[in-house]
Design a protein around this ligand. Structure first.
Ligand code: NIG
Ligand code: FE
Length: 412
């Protein structure tokens, strides 16, 4: 018979048990189990409880005894990244810091199109290697579930190449990789038709392949002056919905409109929201769409942060993601960025932990991870400290010493 595994003793296990998907959280709502053990059966958690008690109850199982003080959190979930890309945009970054705007840089040949050009130069397996390398860096920093978007291909063939590369990367990383099709990132410079014609081409010719090859079940669109209008995306999303895709939106980054459409379509998430005002926040907070803050883009562009506090106080569901991409968010450090958002946005520890675990999982439609409770996946991370508050206090400098994915130690 297959043995169970018992891991411990763990100084504090922050379970996130019982916390709701929506609304503000107080730190005293956090369930902290002290001197705990985690009992796992294959990929799943069987019990989290007192170490001594579990040890007595299951003496013959495989015991993995830890030396030192540790705090356990659920494996982190990054629900928004663009970590499959070629090249670098260090030049853009330097130009922006010298005073050029995001739009000026895009208009002078930099921006998203520059990354498209560099990504198109790579073949599928080269791109898969880059994707896996970035995913594995994330995994070593405790991110056990990672969403990855296409969107730097921008033709039927090039988007397919990216999505196949992301699919290939799944076998090169132990992290869970969830892929999203962002062919509606911008209208590519080498496409001679209108925005609507481009979107029609994508929905007619790319969507069926996504289904056939099981490359992605999620469709994203960038609604912005420099990308697509709400009206254009309306028909695109209608088609996507008819075909059974889940939806997500790059919304309200510089101008509003995107979040309204996201809510109207019942999208899984509306991400960015730096420009959201009272009306957008109220609309989102009432809905089942998860609001995703991307502090990495605010830090990368030197823009304001998503109004996270307001979203929570009005009863919204807030997740936090890295937006890791070569243009606006090159850092790709979820924990550092979430810690920074906490200080600037006045978010409590429980709210930040929820935002990078089960609330982010919810944004991906995943209900089997993000809390350390019986029945959830045994994805957890161990920080070398005895006080859970040290994690955000160290602003991302303290990394987990061990990372466990589906019941196996993959780092440490
Ligand atoms: O989420 N806003 C649109 N897309 C990305 C940026 C992509 C890029 O600049 O390469 C974002 O910030
Ligand atoms: Fe993004």
């Amino acid at each position: 018979m297959k043995k169970l595994k018992l891991i411990g003793p763990i100084t504090q296990v922050v379970t996130l048990n019982g916390l709701p998907v929506k609304g503000p959280l107080k730190d005293d709502q956090l369930e902290i189990i002290e001197q705990a053990g985690i009992l796992i059966d294959g990929p799943t958690i069987l019990q989290v409880g007192n170490w001594e008690k579990l040890h007595r109850q299951f003496p013959k199982e495989e015991i993995i005894e830890l030396a030192g003080e540790f705090v356990a959190l659920p494996g982190l979930v990054d629900c928004h990244t663009h970590l499959c890309f070629g090249g670098s945009r260090a030049k853009d970054f330097a130009m922006r810091n010298s005073g050029k705007t995001y739009l000026e840089i895009a208009q002078s040949g930099g921006g998203i199109w520059d990354t498209v050009t560099q990504t198109r130069k790579l073949n599928q397996s080269e791109l898969a290697q880059i994707t896996a390398k970035n995913a594995n860096r994330h995994l070593s920093e405790g991110v056990t579930t990672i969403e990855v978007k296409s969107g730097y291909g921008l033709s039927v063939d090039e988007e397919l190449k990216m999505l196949r590369a992301i699919h290939e990367a799944k076998s090169l990383s132990q992290a869970t990789i969830i892929s999203t099709c962002l062919a509606a990132h911008i209208n590519p410079k080498d496409f001679t038709g209108s925005n609507s014609e481009y979107l029609e081409l994508i929905s007619n010719e790319l969507f069926p392949f996504l289904k056939k090859e099981k490359l992605s079940n999620r469709i994203d669109a960038f609604i912005e002056k420099s990308a697509f209008s709400s009206e254009e995306i309306n028909s695109y999303f209608r088609k996507a919905m008819e075909m059974g895709f889940d939806l997500t939106v790059h919304a309200d980054q510089f101008t509003t409109g995107g979040s309204k459409l996201a809510v109207a379509f019942g999208a899984q998430s509306a991400d960015h929201l730096e420009a959201s005002g009272e009306a957008e926040i109220e609309n989102l907070a009432k809905s089942a769409t998860i609001a995703v803050a991307l502090p990495g883009a605010s830090i990368g562009l030197g823009c304001s942060f998503t109004p996270a506090r307001k979203l929570l106080d009005q009863g919204g569901a807030l997740a936090i993601a890295s937006d890791w991409n070569p243009g606006s968010a090159p850092m790709g450090d979820l924990l550092a960025q979430a810690s920074i958002l906490a200080t600037f946005g006045k978010l409590g520890t429980a709210e930040v932990f929820a935002g990078i675990t089960f609330r982010a999982a919810e944004a991906l439609g995943l209900h089997d991870r993000g809390k350390l409770v019986a029945g959830q996946l045994a994805d957890f991370i161990l920080f070398p400290t005895s006080d859970y508050r040290e994690i955000l206090y160290q602003q991302g400098k303290m990394k987990p010493e061990e990372v466990w994915k589906k019941g196996s130690r993959v780092i440490g």
